[in-house]
Design a protein around this ligand. Structure first.
Ligand code: NAD
Length: 522
């Protein structure tokens, strides 16, 4: 390995799979300088032309879909089915969504007057790109997360500097390859490989116009403190400890399969994966039985022929954290009720078994913090009131789910969960729906990504106000001031906003008296 490269290893085998050249903070500074130059001309293009110019990214993705899915699997450890279903496929869906809708979302909006008093004022809101935006992304969805943000950033007229996680550099480089294949203007996009602990300060000190960060709450807090120095706007997509609420009338077959997928997909390394399951006491036993059977049948290992349900954990440090959380729970009284088989330690891979624990309580790390691993903690609740209150007993509020055959009641319960996204009879998958905004309450983040709201976060509103009476010499309330003006304005207020006719009518005369002043000079 050259010491100027970052090494990538396959977490299922420990083998080196490639290198990514490192950059310096000086490179970042230079990239921002070039980006600023390129961005001006890019932002001046109509959205339709920008979309056309970006279409090469989509072609690259379609032509290399299998290669990209295999690379994600080799570098992150997830199965190729996970890589295809939750990263590559959602990426093309997102591309097409923004390509079809960006023009409409970014269109200037006409604002008619909000008051009769100012009926001559008509405004328009324009969406202005920030300029050069920075995107810092994590290793758990090394392709889908940065891909959609890069597309949203570019289509809305920004230049983009992307930094992906150190352990999944090669996957990040596939986004760079797609952008290169599209032949975008020189400097409009740069991929920068700098270490996480220098990245935050560097992006902000080098003058990025807005930073889109997806990662841990801990780093999000550091970035916010740093951004305060320059008032750099931030979008923070942070951690979660999601609750799944199983009602007494839930379809237990679907609910248990849903818990398995949304809790164990990507080895449970999901900001919005199922971590805590609250089950109504009347169905607790049968739900747990089904969950136990499914988890015990789970196949864990390296994805050689697609016939594996869960791959390897991405990093050794995350593997150790999951073990610590499990140990903490067992020490405090939890019991393992089901566990899958797991490749033996000699396999050299970062494997963990899928595990279901019960007899849990809110003193345990698994219930209070983000475990981010293949552990499902199940708790029996008296009723759904208790489930809601336990679900909300968390510093996080990213997503949650309610499982019930009664859609109306499920929605009422959903609305009481303090989280950014709640799915009914499903969990986690709405990250793959380009139209649904994504983001959390509380310590799970600030701002939204995806959908119209997410796209608009790439821009700031600029209001232009027109005056239909622009030919008048002055506005009614301009200088010189005198008592007649005061009485006239008071009359206007009474006339337009007074409660009763007898209160409003006396306002007419003082107002009429001052109206001619708008045509008077001086
Ligand atoms: P992390 O915070 O350690 O790192 C995320 C990214 O930030 C990486 O690129 C890393 O190199 C970089 N980084 C690290 N320290 C930094 C610093 N001081 N300044 C700037 N950048 C820095 O998180 P992770 O371990 O890579 O990812 C897992 C976390 O991400 C989990 O908490 C998970 O919930 C969260 N996540 C959230 C979402 C979401 O949509 N809300 C999605 C995926 C992951």
């Amino acid at each position: 390995m050259k010491n100027i490269d970052t090494e990538s290893r396959n977490p299922a085998t420990g083998d080196v799979i490639g290198y990514s050249p490192k950059n310096s903070v000086a490179d970042l500074k230079e990239a921002i300088r070039k980006a600023r130059t390129a961005q001006e001309a890019w932002a001046a293009l109509p959205v339709k032309e920008r979309t056309r110019a970006l279409s090469g990214i989509r072609s690259h993705l379609m032509e290399n879909a299998e290669k990209i899915a295999a690379l994600i699997s080799a570098e992150n450890g997830k199965t190729r089915i996970d890589a295809l279903a939750t990263e590559v496929l959602p990426a093309v869906m997102a591309f097409d969504y923004y390509a079809s809708h960006a023009k409409r979302f970014l269109k200037p909006a006409l604002l008619p007057p909000g008051s009769l008093l100012l009926a001559n004022k008509w405004s328009r809101i324009f969406r202005v790109p920030y300029g050069v935006i920075g995107i810092i992304s994590p290793w758990n969805y090394p392709f889908a997360i940065p891909f959609s943000e890069v597309v949203m950033g570019l289509v809305s007229g920004n230049a983009v500097i992307l930094k992906t996680a150190t352990s999944t550099q090669l996957t990040g480089r596939q986004i760079e390859a797609g952008v290169r294949a599209a032949g975008l203007p020189e400097g409009l996009f740069s991929f920068i490989n700098i270490a996480g602990d220098t990245a935050g300060d560097a992006f902000i000190e080098c003058g990025i116009d807005k930073l889109f960060f997806t990662g841990s709450t801990q780093v999000g807090k550091k970035l916010m403190a740093k951004a305060a120095e320059t008032l750099t706007p931030l979008n923070l997509e942070l951690g979660g400890n999601d609750a799944m609420l199983v009602c007494e009338d839930a379809d237990l077959e679907r609910a248990s399969s849903g818990a398995v997928w949304a809790g164990l997909e990507n080895c449970g390394q999901n900001c919005a994966g199922v971590e805590r399951i609250y089950v109504h006491q009347s169905v607790y036993g049968p739900f747990l039985e089904r969950l136990k059977a499914k988890v015990e049948a789970f196949r864990v290992g390296q994805d050689r022929d697609y016939n594996v349900d869960m791959g390897a954990m991405t990093t050794k440090s995350q593997t150790a954290k999951v073990r610590d959380h499990l140990e903490d729970a067992l020490k405090k009284g939890a019991a393992i009720v089901a566990q899958s088989h797991c490749p033996p330690p000699e396999s050299r891979g970062n494997f963990l078994p899928a595990t279901v624990i019960a007899s849990v309580n809110h003193d345990m790390l698994v219930m209070r913090e983000e475990t981010f691993g293949p552990v499902l903690a199940v708790m029996k609740v008296r009723d759904m009131e208790e489930a809601i209150s336990l679900a909300n007993d968390s510093m996080y509020g990213l997503t949650g789910s309610v499982w019930s055959r009664n859609a109306g009641r499920a929605e009422q319960i959903a609305r009481r969960i303090r989280a950014g996204v709640i799915t009914i009879n499903d969990h986690l998958m709405s990250h793959g729906m380009a139209e649904t905004p994504w983001g959390g309450f509380k310590a799970s983040g600030i701002g939204r990504t995806h959908g119209k709201i997410g796209l608009l976060e790439m821009t700031q509103p600029q209001v232009v106000v027109h005056d239909l009476l622009g030919f008048a010499r002055k506005n009614l309330w301009w200088h010189p001031y005198n008592e007649a003006l005061y009485r006239g304005l008071l009359g206007a207020m009474r006339l337009f906003y007074g409660p009763k006719l007898r209160f409003r009518l006396p306002g007419i005369w003082p107002l009429l008296k001052i109206l001619p002043r708008i045509f008077r000079a001086g």
